[in-house]
Ligand binder design. Sequence first.
Ligand code: BJW
Ligand code: ZN
Length: 260
Amino acid sequence: KNRRAVSYMSEFRKAFAQAKHIAIITGAGVSAESGVPTFRGKNEKWRKWQSQDLATPEAFSRYPSRVWEFYHYRRELVLNKKPNAAHLAIAECEARLKKQGRSVVVITQCIDDLHQQAGSKHVLKIHGNLMETRCLSCGEVTVNRRSPICAALKGKGVFVAVSRCDESDCDGLLRPNVVFFGETLDSHILTNVEKEMEMCDLCLVVGTSSIVYPAAMFGPRVASRGVPVAEFNMSTTPKTEYFTYHFQGPCGTTLPAALA
Ligand code: BJW
Ligand code: ZN
C-alpha cells in the first residue's frame, strides 16, 4: 500500500520480459473503445435505470420482463461490436508467449465475448456470459446467440413472455447467465482464479473501477505478494495506490504499447 504508482514504461517492460505467468484482470473499460457502455460512466443509464437497479435477483424476480428487456438491449448492442486494439493486444500476447512456454490468462468481469472473438484462449468469465441463459428450474445453461433472443422481445416494447427452458418437461423460466449483485460467483471459476492469482508473476488490471468485489481485491492480493501489478485506466481508482504501475489513458492505446 505504501508503494507509489509510477508510470515508467521501460521499467514495466523489464518486468514483462521476465514474467512467465501473466494474469490480466479486465473490466468494462476494456470494451469501451468497442462501443460497449461501461457501468459507472456519467450517462450510463438504460431508460431511467442504472444497472445496479436491474442486475439484481430482486429486480429479476419482481420484474423479469423489464430485466430481460435490459439484457436483450445489451445483447443486441454487443452482437454488433468488434474487439478493439486492447482485446487484440491481449490475444496476440497470449499466442506469442505460448510459443516461449509462457502463459497469459484473462480474468474478465465483462459478460461480452470480445476477448474470445479477439482470439484469447484462456479466459475466466467471472461475472457470466451475456450469450448464455440459465434455467431457474433445472439449472441448465445454454449458449444462445439468437437475435432477438425470443420473438416476444422483437422490436422492443411490450414484454409478453421470455423464453422457456427447452429441456423435456421443464418449461422453467430462463434468466441471463450472469452474476447479479449480491449473488455469489461460481465456486469452480473462483477456485481457478485463486490458482492463477497464486501462480502469476505479473498482473495487469485493465479498465475496471475496482469497486465491485471480489474482483476489486484480486490485483491488490497479488501486489501483497510483492508481484508487480500494472493498472491501465483512464483515471486512478481506489486501488491505484496498491499497484506498482499506473498507465493512464485509453487501453486501446496504452496496452498495445505495453505488450508489444
Ligand atoms: C477505461 C476506458 C478505456 C473506461 N481504457 N479504462 C465487500 C465490500 C463491500 C461490498 C461487497 C463486498 N463483497 C461483496 C459485496 C457486494 C457487491 C459489491 O461489490 N458491491 C460494491 C458496489 C461495493 N458484490 C457482490 O454482490 C458480488 N457477490 C458477492 O461477493 O457475493 C458474496 C457476497 C454478497 C453480498 C455481500 C457480501 C458478499 C457479485 C458482484 C457481481 C457484479 N455484477 C455486475 C453485473 C453483471 C451482469 C451485467 O453486466 O449486467 O458486474 S455489476 C457490474 O460491475 C458488472 C461489472 O462486471 C462490475 C464491475 O464494473 P467494471 O467492469 O469495473 O466497470 P465500471 O463501469 O465500474 O468501470 C469501468 C472502468 O473503466 C472505469 O474505471 C473507467 O475509468 C475505465 N475506462 N474507458 C481504460 N478506454
Ligand atoms: Zn429447465
